[in-house]
Ligand binder design. Structure first.
Ligand SMILES: Nc1ncnc2c1ncn2[C@@H]1O[C@H](COP(=O)(O)OP(=O)(O)OP(=O)(O)O)[C@@H](O)[C@H]1O
Ligand SMILES: [Mg+2]
Length: 378
């Protein structure tokens, strides 16, 4: 899946997760409010129950006193053998005893209910504590998610910005190189051709047909050369075949350079280079193009090998030449000082694609340019 599609899918998943996390947090908040109301109700009931228990105990105590008094009356009436008083006291004692029994039962019921309410209150308090923990976990998850989303957006903009800045710099440098190379190459050849044409005209005026004829031959060669150079420039401006695949692009590059400079160029690719993202394809092509041109122009190579290995996760490429080689560090510094960025740009392209880049060379030894980049990157 291309990186930008993957990023937006990921963003979508994170957005949805954040919505459902928010929903869960709201839900827990609601549950907590309800439980807290339940606890408050229970606390009110508990207060009333406690008061009622006290009232019943007090009432029971007074009944107890009245009962004991009735028993004393009963005993005294029995001693006096006062039958009427005895019967009354007996009735009173029985009445207070029943009352006492019912008060005691009420007290037992109230105490039972009070214990139940107390247990329920403790249970709800425990739910509140647990929900508090759940809330802080959810809030933490939300915070992490929010930071992650911000990081991703930040990453996106930073990455986009770097990409645009790099692309603009490459474009500007390439314009300068083209201007310089056209000036030093085909423009010089064309002014040479005009000079030859002037000579030819003069020789014709003076009737020196033989010389004019030789100049016409040299003129044709010079123009053919200039045309060849223009073709190479066209390939630099628009790589032929690269829109189809890296394989086609590289083989067209090899053919053109073979034809133009008479160099032997072999392209050997393993794996499937066709399925690469277009941005990566262009980057790889530009690196190989620069390495090959350097091999021909500076290394005066007779033979160049372009080797590629395309795995599911990594692409590795090598450009090996049998040229004169060079002191990499020293020449790189010199090149940068005079405003030549071929080596720098190759390295930046590889690093920007998230990969590694290396040049191995020494005077008299040929040159190997190698790089390895992950396929998922730009
Ligand atoms: N394959 C090579 N063989 C020999 N010398 C090389 C090779 N590649 C690079 N160099 C040396 O390194 C220098 C720097 O190369 P670089 O590509 O940065 O600049 P350039 O080719 O001179 O200019 P530009 O690439 O901007 O047209 C070259 O001028 C050359 O001296
Ligand atoms: Mg160069």
């Amino acid at each position: 899946m291309p990186q930008d599609v993957w990023n937006s899918e990921l963003q979508d998943v994170l957005d949805k997760a954040s919505v459902s996390l928010n929903y869960s947090i709201d839900h827990v908040v609601e549950i907590r409010a309800e439980v807290r109301r339940g606890v408050e109700d229970l606390e009110k009931e508990l207060e009333t129950l406690k008061l009622e228990v006290v009232e019943v105990i007090e009432a029971n105590d007074s009944v107890g006193i009245a009962y004991r008094k009735a028993r004393v009356n009963l005993a005294q009436a029995a001693e006096r053998q006062d039958n009427a008083a005895q019967a009354k006291a007996y009735e009173e004692a029985e009445h207070y005893m029943k009352l006492k029994g019912s008060f005691e039962e009420r007290e037992r019921n109230l105490r039972r209910r009070r214990d139940e309410v107390e247990r329920e209150r403790v249970r709800l308090e425990r739910i509140l504590t647990r929900s508090e923990e759940t809330m802080s976990k959810l809030r933490l998850a939300m915070e992490i998610l929010k930071n992650r989303l911000e990081d991703m957006n930040q990453l996106g903009t930073e990455r986009d910005y770097k990409m645009v800045a790099l692309a603009l710099r490459f474009a500007e440098q390439e314009n300068l190189r083209l201007a310089r190379d056209i000036h030093d190459g085909p423009a010089q050849q064309c002014s040479g051709a005009i000079l030859l044409l002037d000579h030819m005209q003069k020789n014709l005026q003076l009737g020196r047909g033989e010389q004019a004829f030789q100049e016409a031959d040299r003129l044709r060669e010079q123009l053919k050369d200039a045309l060849g150079e223009f073709r190479t420039f066209l390939l630099r401006l628009k790589p032929v075949g690269l829109d189809l695949s890296l394989e086609k692009g590289l083989s067209r590059l090899a053919e053109t350079l073979k034809e133009r400079y008479g160099v032997e160029i072999a392209v050997t690719l393993q794996g499937r280079p066709d399925s690469l993202p277009s941005m990566l394809r262009v980057n790889l092509y530009r690196i190989v193009q620069e390495a090959t041109m350097n091999a021909i122009r500076h290394g005066r190579a007779r033979k160049v090998q372009i080797l590629g290995s395309f795995g599911a996760e990594t692409v590795s490429l090598k450009v090996v030449d049998d040229g004169i080689g060079f002191d990499v560090h020293a020449e790189h510094v010199k090149a940068q000082e005079r405003g030549s960025y071929g080596l720098t740009n190759m390295e930046e392209r590889a690093r920007f694609a998230g990969g590694s880049f290396r040049i191995e060379s020494a005077p008299g030894r040929g040159t190997i340019v190698s790089l390895s980049v992950p396929v998922g990157e730009v």
